[in-house]
Design a protein around this ligand. Sequence first.
Ligand SMILES: [Zn+2]
Ligand SMILES: [Zn+2]
Length: 389
Amino acid sequence: MQSNCSHLHSIQGSSDDSSSSPSTHAARLSGESSCHQGGDVRIQLSSAVGEARESASSRHSRPGSQSRLHGHAHSEAAGVDDSTPDSEEHSSSSFSELRYLLQWLHKSLPYILILCVKVIMQHIIGISLGIGLLTTYMYANKSIINQVFLRERCSKLQCAWLLVYLTGSSLLLYYTFHSQSLYYSLIFLNPTVDFINFWEVLWIVGVTDFILKFLFMGFKCFILLVPSFMMSFKSKGYWYMLLEELCQYYRMFVPIPVWFRYLIGYGEPDSLLGRTLGILLALLYLILKLLSFFGQLRNFRQVLRIFCTRPHYGVTASKRQCSEVDDICSICQAEFQKPILLICQHIFCEECISLWFNREKTCPLCRTVISDHVNKWKDGATSMHLQIF
Ligand SMILES: [Zn+2]
Ligand SMILES: [Zn+2]
């Protein structure tokens, strides 16, 4: 035992030499046995780093002893011996796991593709109908926005065609699947599907959402067909906005009975646990729907207020005020048409600034807040959002 200790002292002596690196130091220390006796030197080579630090600090209180240096040497040795190979091992093992996963994916790819084709074939009707509904929506939405933008130059024939197209698509869909009575879900009733599974719920909710969009798009086409002497373009803009907001709120409520029936487990074999869990999930769903309804109620009331009051963004500008700004509108860069003076004293054409407030709340020049609400649906657009839940 004494010989071990003296050997360690000789190691300490050599470590003072500048040519000796910590790694060689560690290499020499490893394999040495513990020395519990024999003066000031105490080294536990098998202990952890934390213990080594602890013992080093306890030894530090002894003046004149060399144990601190030994403790330090030990902690270095333990650090080299334990932590570095661990981290290397960890990174190499995670790398090999990733490589294994990639290899598995590479080998399984043909089988996954076969399964994907099988799943697509099983749901081919649903997928192709979904694509058809989406393209119909995109075509009708773009056409309505174009017709609204054209104002008095809008084509009545195009609007009538859109109306027929949307009505025809909806009726054809309901006629094809008349056995499922999908139209029941439009009026909060459940369609006649014997046993509702997840895919059937998605099918019913998705189809109903698109049909409701088509219905409100049809109303917008009706408004487009109304002659301008009966309803001004400005007034039509407010109607598009109200219709779109109404459509969104109605679509928010329509999926409730279908999801409620699915969550509560209607028609499934009865069991006490299943029934209790179903009721709990359905109640949670209803609470979430109520919260989202109250969250958007304020916005809906604001839209109703705007529709009823038709707020003015400013007053008609006088000829003198227009000539002060060279009679040029900053938006269209042309002579003012029905100039409007905003509260920030900037003047724009009435049409230009109305179009601007369909997207923004502030003055385009000085960024003063003029409106408290963006009238984003006044351009006749229909939201693309799919109300699944
Ligand atoms: Zn202008
Ligand atoms: Zn301004």
